[in-house]
Design a binder for this molecule. Sequence first.
Ligand code: ZN
Length: 95
Amino acid sequence: MLELDCEDLLYKLFNEEEVRLFDAEPVEFQCACSRPRIERTLRALGEEELEGILQEQGTIKVGCEFCGKQYLFDRIDVETMLSQESATNQSETRH
Ligand SMILES: [Zn+2]
């Protein structure tokens, strides 16, 4: 189960629970998204992009498109995240 991402999980659930989805309470499922996972996505955007969003909106809001869970990152979160990254990737130049 740990290897599955949200999409795989949802696909499996729809195959197995398709009927129940329509005549019962929504089936609860454990989405594989997590904050570290979202952080990885944000890092991929790059520091400048993140900085731009922070200046525009103050916080970065990311919603998982599968389970709808919202992750919020403020400036401090982003700085922490980026400094963690630079610690493991020291060849990267920083401004
Ligand atoms: Zn999710």
